[in-house]
Design a protein around this ligand. Structure first.
Ligand SMILES: [Mn+2]
Length: 210
């Protein structure tokens, strides 16, 4: 069963994950942290798999757990990059959902896919794109940091953010609709698209602020 939580009545999230076939531990981790008027949601994949990959990923999640609502994604990525020097490294995609401005700011280093699926209530408005895709920047935290430029887009009630590691087939994005609970969304993406040859993790976060 996926792990889920509702935070402050503002977001609802769920994470579903599966280690690579034959492994007990997954090197894929997620963090959801509520601070001030912001929620940080992030997914991290330690390079490789098993214990060493998990150790690298944990260095990132430790930093992200300290999120206080004051740091930008660029600052957080830089901090993680410094901390991971000398390790296997990790890739990460991160988002900050701001409740005051109803915006999503996101940034990805490596290959963790990010999708924002608009609430079905908005489909009728032709000006709204049904789906937004995170622009990923090549690199590995701890080894090679790309030029960090985050993107900010508007958020509306019911919008769903999905992050998926590379253990999930990247074409998952073409076959999903923002149509059920965060638990079901996370679990069904994992069930239908996990490769089995690598750790796989799906994080789903729904924005519930009016
Ligand atoms: Mn992986």
């Amino acid at each position: 069963m996926p792990v889920s939580e509702i935070l402050g009545g503002i977001i609802e999230w769920s994470v579903a994950s599966l280690p690579r076939r034959g492994e007990v531990e997954s090197g894929d981790c997620s963090v959801v942290k509520f601070a001030g008027d912001e929620v940080l949601a992030a997914v991290v994949d330690g390079v490789g798999h098993g214990e060493e990959a998990l150790a690298a990923a944990r260095l990132v999640t430790d930093i992200l757990q300290e999120f206080s609502g004051q740091q930008s994604l660029t600052e957080l990525m830089n901090k993680c990059h410094e901390k991971l020097r000398g390790t296997r490294g990790a890739v990460a995609s991160m988002a900050i959902l701001n409740v005051s401005s109803s915006t999503l700011t996101w940034l990805g280093v490596g290959n963790i896919e990010g999708q924002l699926l608009r609430s079905e209530f908005r489909f009728a408005e032709s000006s709204v794109k049904v789906q937004e895709t995170l622009l990923l920047r090549g690199g590995v935290l701890g080894h090679r940091l790309p030029h960090l430029i985050s993107t900010t887009i508007s958020l509306n009630y019911g919008d769903l953010l999905v992050f998926a590691t590379d253990g999930v087939r990247p074409d998952f994005a073409g076959g999903i609709y923002n149509s059920s609970s965060v638990q079901r969304m996370a679990q069904s993406i994992l069930d239908h698209f996990a490769l089995g040859t690598d750790d796989a993790l799906v994080l789903a976060v729904r924005y519930l602020h009016e």
